[in-house]
Write a protein that binds this ligand. Sequence first.
Ligand code: MG
Length: 473
Amino acid sequence: MKSFNSGIIAMTGLLSIGFASQRCAVENKDSNPKMPNFIIIFTDDLGYGDLGVFGHPTIKTPNLDRMAYEGQKWTQFYVGKSVCTPSRAALLTGRLPIRSGMTSDTRRVLFPDSNGGLPPEEITIAAALKTMDYRTAAIGKWHLGHKSPFLPTDHGFDYYYGIPYSNDMDRVAELPGDWITSQIAFAEEEFWEAYNVPLMRNDEIVERPADQRTITKRFTEETVAKIKEYKDEPFFIYLAHSMPHIPLFRSEEFKDASLAGIYGDVIEEIDWSVGRIIETLKEEGLDGNTLVIFTSDNGHWHIFETHGGFGGLLRGAKGGTFEGGMRVPTIFWWPGQIEPGIRMELGTTMDLFPTFCKLADIKLPGDRLYDGYDISPVMFQTGAGQREDVFYYRGTKVFAIRHNSYKAHFLTRDEYGDPTVTTHDPPLLYNLDIDPSEKYNIAGKHPEIIAEIRKVLEDHKSTIIPVENQLEK
Ligand code: MG
C-alpha cells in the first residue's frame, strides 16, 4: 500500500477513518489482479428530476436507465456545494471547499478575470491515483483555475481537453434583453459565437470560441479514444460535460429530438454519450473492471425556466441549500462487482476520493482532514455507511445540516436575486425520509434533535482552519 506521507493527524472530529488492511484490488475476468478503472461522468446543473430513471416523464434516457438497472441508483447522494467551482473542488479533493479556499461570500465561482484556483498543495483523485501509476485524463469543463498552476495537468491529469470555465462566460455579443432572456435567446438562435470560451488541449488553447454545438459529441469522442488508449493500464477518466449549463447547445442529430424541448435534446445527447462510453467498455472487455459513476455538480438552474431543468420532488435549486440544490441524480455501474439495486444510504461526491483510494490500495494522506468516507461497503453491500451528516454551505457559512434523517436550516436565502439572509431560531427542521420536499417544519416537536444538530455544527466549526480565499484573488 502506498501512502503520501506519515504526517500526524492533528485534528479529530469529522475525519474519515483511516483504511483497514483489507486489500481491495479486484479480480478481472481472467483472474489476474488488476486495479479497477474509474470513470466519473459529471454533468453541469443537471436536476434531480431530469432523467427517466429519476422520474422525468418526457426526457428519454434509455442508456442511463439501463445503467441504473444494471447498477445502482443512489437516491440520497449529495455534492459539496450547490454551484460549479466549489462543487468540483469538493469532488476532486474529497474535502469541503471551505478547507481549500474554494468558496467565497462575494464571488460564487471562478471567472475569466480570476487569478486563483485549486491550490497546488491540494491532492486530487488523479494525483492520488498517479501514485499507483494510473493513466489519468480530464475531459470537459474544469473550472478550478484556468491559469497555471491550477490546470488539470498541474493537478495529476496526464491529459486535458475541454473548456477551463463555464460555457456562459466571456460573452462578447450584445445582449437582447436581460441576463436570463438573452441566454435563452442565444441558445435558441444557436448563437454560440456570443461566448468567446476557449477550448484547450493540455495547457494550450486550440479553438476559440469553442463551438458548443458539437461539444458534448467531441467530449465523448475524446473519452472513447482515451479508454482505448489507456485500456492496458489502470485508468481514471474525469468527464465533466459542460452541458446542460445554459446556454444550451446540442449537435444536429439531437435538434428537436426530444419531447421536452431544447433542454430535453441536450439531456438526450448526454444519454447517447453515456451509451457510447458503456458500449466502448464492453467492446474492449473492460466492463467488469471499470467503475462508472454518473452524477451532477449541483441541481437545476431554475431561474432559466424551461432551459434550466427540473428538480423533481425536491424543493429548491442550484445556488441554494434546500435539497434541489445539492441532492443530485447518481448512478453507479460496475457489472459483476456491485449488486444492482437502489441505494438509499447517504453519499456525497467527496466520498469518491477515499473510496477510489480504498479500491486502488492507496492510503489516504494523513496530513489533512477529509470530508469523505469510503462508501465501498455500501456499494458492495458488505457493511453500513459511515456518513451521518451532510453540510450545506453557502459561501463560507453553514446554512443547513442533515443529520441522519433530519435536516435543520439555520439560515436560508433565495438561490439568486434577493440577497436577504433569514436566520431561523429555532432552525427549520424537516425529516427528509418522510418529507423529502421539505414542506413540513417539525422544529416545535423535536427540540432534542435540534440540540443534537447544534452540537454537530459546533464540532464541525472547530475543524475549520482559515485558508487563503482563491475565488477572491
Ligand atoms: Mg454547475
